[in-house]
Design a protein around this ligand. Structure first.
Ligand code: ADP
Ligand code: MG
Length: 342
């Protein structure tokens, strides 16, 4: 078709962050999955980083929301608006057809999967293919997914933790739980409310987690000041918390993640389990950056654990690689769950 251009995009539509890569240009966009809407008219006012700054700080007529929750689309119209904005922002040309490979959580239903495809198409993609996120993450982390050997990936995102065992370009065994970064933030906020009568927002809780959070005792424990609103006086106040306290606060969430890893291993075919014991577990997603999470999982399973080189980008890198290679390597087509109706 002369005069028409195709542009290939790989998208990681995460509950916390959306990343986009473009063939030949690498990762071009990395923004929080947040939309700000005018509650009176329903108009979208801002998307991504700009909308993120409004979270928890908006007057009553504006609400900054995250259209994806627990790994699935919670608000369809806003997800579509967000995708349209991100696809437009990533595109280098004005008049092009977009071919999109997009990651979806492995646990989603058929309806949820079709909703993602439809949202891409309505957001301007001419063709949309979906890939299961653990598969994309494993490819992006450099695991040999197509070989007859077991690889294990643990992806801790904002809304879900996904654990998968992959062999011969297929997901052999996987589990997904709706406990990940957001739940950890919530546990921190609850703890601070209970222990100090201090109410803090989800962003402050997340900041505390990033600054001093840990899953395993630190060589040097740390302290950090969190600020919020005193529940008794109603006035702003700060308290100093320690990394030990935070570890106790998030114990349940950490246990749930460890249990999921163990259960996935226990139900794996023995040959693949043997491969994983030898080759180790690879971690991806922003949650893999929590201090000592690799050590905790390694201690609990007795298997070596490594965090991928750039855990926040594994899924989008994986979608990009599939996009580039799928034309040349038909075997890779197997990893794309379903091509949309053309
Ligand atoms: P999603 O795929 O759901 O969009 P991401 O893989 O982008 O999620 O990870 C986002 C999660 O990672 C958030 O919950 C965020 O708080 C967490 N995160 C990011 N950086 C760190 C860090 N340094 N330590 C702990 N958690 C982190
Ligand atoms: Mg993710």
């Amino acid at each position: 078709m002369r005069g028409y251009f195709w542009e290939d995009l790989g998208i990681d539509l995460g509950t916390a962050n959306t990343l986009v890569c473009v063939e030949g240009r690498g990762i071009v966009l990395r923004e929080p999955s947040v939309v700000a809407v005018d509650t009176n008219t329903g108009t979208v006012l801002a998307v991504g980083a700009e909308a993120q700054r409004m979270l928890g700080r908006t007057p009553s007529s504006i609400s900054a929301i995250r259209p994806l929750r627990d790994g699935v689309i919670a608000d369809y119209d806003q997800t579509q608006a967000m995708l349209r904005h991100f696809i437009g922002k990533s595109s280098s040309r004005r008049f092009v057809f977009h071919r999109v490979v997009i990651g979806i959580p492995s646990g989603v239903t058929e309806v949820e999967r079709l909703a993602v495809i439809e949202a891409c198409r309505r957001a301007g993609a001419t063709r949309a293919y979906v890939i299961e996120e653990p598969m994309a993450a494993a490819i992006g982390a450099g695991l040999p997914v197509a070989e007859p050997t077991g690889s294990m990936i643990v992806d801790i995102g904002g809304g879900t933790t996904e654990v998968a065992i992959i062999s011969l370009a297929g997901i052999v065994n996987c589990r997904s739980i709706r406990i990940a970064g957001d739940e950890i933030d919530e546990a921190i906020a609850n703890y601070i409310r209970r222990a100090y009568n201090l109410f803090i927002g989800e962003r402050s809780a997340e900041r505390a987690k990033i600054e001093i959070g840990s899953a395993y005792p630190l060589e040097e424990e740390m302290t950090y000041e969190v600020r919020g609103r005193d529940l008794v006086t109603g006035l702003p106040r700060g308290v100093i918390i320690s990394s030990e306290d935070l570890r106790v606060a998030i114990q349940e969430e950490l246990n749930a993640i460890v249990e999921t890893v163990k259960l996935t291993l226990e139900t794996a075919p023995p040959e693949l389990a043997a491969d994983i014991i030898q080759r180790g577990i690879v971690m991806a997603g922003g949650g893999a950056l929590l201090r000592g999470i690799d050590r905790l999982i390694s201690d609990e399973t007795g298997i070596p654990v490594v965090v991928a080189h750039d855990p926040l980008s594994c899924v989008v890198i994986g979608t990009g690689q599939v996009m580039e290679e799928v034309h040349r390597n038909p075997q890779l087509r197997k990893v794309l769950v379903q091509a949309s109706r053309d």
